[in-house]
Write a protein that binds this ligand. Structure first.
Ligand code: 4FX
Length: 243
């Protein structure tokens, strides 16, 4: 899986790519990220990337030319890619979209805006506009890293233990179950006995029930098209809660 990032702060992207799952995946060569500094695609002495907005108003707008020059340079290899603009106006990103991007296997070219945004004419060169949530950030870089991280985790071999990709609860559409590790007791709080029992069937059932409990509490909107088995567990849960 290949990613390309267009940004005026390449170091913001590069420092994140040195660590953890993404860092290892890049070292293993199962993913590749190329970061382009927009200022390298300017033509003036001051390497300007923004200018005053037509129509007045506060703030600055990023100019189209550096983006256009960078995209023309990148696209000259003729490889198919999906050009994504990160912005608060975009389609809402989710695990489902991460899987969609992974399966499409196209290079993802991520455009990071700063200031008040980018000249609207950038849309002529963008395939998709994506938002990671309903909030305004100082730049698209964090959103680009969210997309890179969530998609890289889906590549076989990216996570040490293959199972944990599948096991990721969002992969199943629910919130996660509680996790515990040593010590067995901390400040009077004990690890649930079931997890010390070694009975893997019971543990799996407990985890599914706790995932449903968390989902019911915080994201009931995710509780749709449940399997008969999950529905049975949920009913059990509801009768417990309503005791
Ligand atoms: C005013 O900022 C912009 C305006 C337009 C484009 C890009 C930016 C850069 N900022 C971003 C980017 C993405 C998200 C998100 N929710 O995905 C939030 N902020």
């Amino acid at each position: 899986m290949k990613f390309e990032v267009l940004t005026i702060f390449p170091e913001v992207i590069e420092c994140y790519l040195k660590h953890g799952v993404v860092g290892r995946a890049l070292n293993k060569g199962i993913a590749e990220v190329k970061v382009y500094n927009l200022r390298d695609f300017t033509t003036d002495r001051h390497r300007k990337v923004d200018d005053y907005p037509y129509g007045g108003g506060a703030g600055m707008v990023m100019q189209i030319e550096p983006f256009y020059n960078a995209l023309r340079h990148i696209k000259s290899d003729g490889i198919p890619r999906k050009v994504i603009l990160l912005s608060p106006q975009g389609r809402r990103f989710s695990q489902r979209i991460a899987k969609e991007f992974y399966k499409e296997e196209k290079t993802l070219t991520l455009i990071c805006g700063r200031y008040e945004g980018i000249d609207e004419r950038i849309k002529a060169f963008v395939d998709e506009e994506i938002s990671i949530g309903d909030y305004v950030l100082s730049g698209g870089e964090l959103a680009a890293l969210v997309i890179i991280d969530s998609v890289v985790r889906l590549i076989p071999g990216a996570l040490g233990d293959e199972l944990s990709a599948e096991e990721d609860s969002f992969m199943k559409g629910f919130l996660d179950y509680p996790h515990y590790t040593r010590p067995e007791e901390f400040e009077g709080m004990r690890v649930p006995d079931i997890l010390l029992s070694g009975d893997h069937k019971k543990i799996a059932l407990w985890r599914k029930k706790e995932a449903l409990r968390n989902t019911l509490k915080n994201r009931p909107d995710l509780l749709k098209n449940l399997s008969a088995e999950d529905m049975k567990i949920l009913k059990e849960l509801c009768s417990e809660i309503n005791k």
